[in-house]
Design a protein around this ligand. Structure first.
Ligand code: AGP
Length: 374
């Protein structure tokens, strides 16, 4: 059943719309709410004997390529916050090219949908040879990365066929957020925060269902943008990853140049690109960086930027009152889960852009689902 398209025209479309279910499967049996003690907690069977070691690591190093790297980037802040362990990010090929430092006291986390990506596998061999504890986060039971790591977690998103990764991305973020919760499990001071996240996890499938209703709106937006040469996406904090991943989807399938930009870097170069014609999506959903994004929007408006603002439902008037912007309004969840919601309209936009521009959705030119050569 999983490998049939059913009522959908393309696998990518099916996999985008499957996300309420794939997230439910990812969460199943792992989030505990209630019981005798009324405690809320997370159980990750594959890691239970290793959590102490990970907590005592000198650092956690997230390693992956493409979308899997972006998912790790989205989870980085909550892993740092709840574990107290510094997290560094490595693109697998770059770590190997540089022969970057990896220590015995490190935990190296390998994130890969297929579990077969050659660059990630090579980085795994490298980290193992340096004595790090190697953790795998994959979607493929029995894959080379699942077999080659010391321990790990399966994301259980179900088979993903479209070359553009969609449901695996959201499930990867969910699993790494659960990892953060499990690592912080022994801290009394973060208990309220952890419980709020667990509560929002339970609401996540219905919130994703809600955001999927933007499908028609995103098709209209795709109609408006289909002739463009380029699209910029600005994000920061938890949603820097959303900007990178949204741009990756647009360039990968719609074959349109797109760049994800850290909004904090805007004044250091990208601002020069802003004019009345270049479309810019600004992710400005409600979190600790909201007021900074408000000021980014003001600065872009002052330069007559062509803005599309992604914001929390109800926030539109406070962001842009003059009718100068278009809005994508999304439901609110805890900040660390918000990237799971925010990527969905951008996946839909990339999908509709591809169909309208007449390109192959499930087999973009020059790309393979799993990159098994270097
Ligand atoms: C995602 O849309 C891409 N097809 C690509 O970036 C992919 O995420 C990357 O090649 C890594 O693949 P993996 O997750 O199977 O290791």
């Amino acid at each position: 059943e999983q490998i049939k398209k059913g009522k959908y025209d393309h696998y990518m479309q099916k996999e985008i719309h499957e996300q309420p279910d794939s997230l439910t499967t990812t969460m199943r049996g792992r989030l505990i709410r209630g019981g005798e003690s009324k405690m809320k907690s997370v159980v990750l069977g594959g890691l239970k004997d290793h959590l102490r070691t990970i907590r005592r690591s000198r650092r956690i190093v997230f390693i992956g390529c493409g979308t899997s790297y972006n998912a790790a980037l989205a989870a980085r802040p909550i892993v740092e916050e709840l574990s107290g362990v510094p997290v560094t990010m490595e693109l697998a090929s770059d770590l190997v090219d540089r022969q970057g430092p990896i220590y015995r006291e490190d935990t190296a986390v390998f994130v890969s949908q297929s579990g077969e990506t050659a660059d990630t596998l090579q980085a795994l061999e490298y980290a193992k040879s340096h004595g790090a504890l190697c953790v795998g986060i994959t979607n493929t039971v029995g894959s080379a990365i699942a077999r080659g790591t010391h321990c790990g977690v399966h994301i259980n998103a179900g088979c993903e066929i479209g070359v553009a990764s969609t449901k695996a991305y959201t499930s990867q973020i969910a699993v790494m957020t659960m990892l953060a919760l499990a690592l912080g499990d022994d801290s009394i001071s973060s208990r309220i925060r952890r419980e709020a996240i667990i509560d929002d996890f339970f609401d996540l499938p219905s919130k994703v269902r809600e955001v999927l209703k933007l499908d028609i709106e995103m098709k209209e937006l795709a109609n408006l943008l289909m002739e463009e040469q380029s699209l910029l996406i600005f994000g920061r904090g938890y949603n820097y990853a959303t900007a990178l991943e949204g741009a990756l989807k647009v360039k990968e399938v719609a074959l349109m140049h797109s760049e994800g930009i850290l909004a904090g870097e805007m004044k250091h170069g990208p601002l020069a690109l802003v004019d009345e014609t270049l479309p810019i999506i600004v992710v400005a959903t409600c979190d600790a960086t909201f007021s900074k994004q408000q000021s980014v929007i003001q600065q872009l408006k002052a330069r007559k930027g062509r803005l599309i603002v992604m914001c929390t439902k109800g926030d539109a008037p406070s962001l842009c009152s003059s009718g100068a912007c278009r809005f994508i309004e999304v439901p609110h969840v805890e900040d660390c889960l918000q990237p799971i919601i925010n990527i969905v309209p951008l996946q839909l936009l990339a999908y509709h852009l591809t169909v309208l521009r007449g390109y192959n959705v499930d087999q973009p030119r020059n790309l393979a689902k799993s990159v098994t050569t270097q």
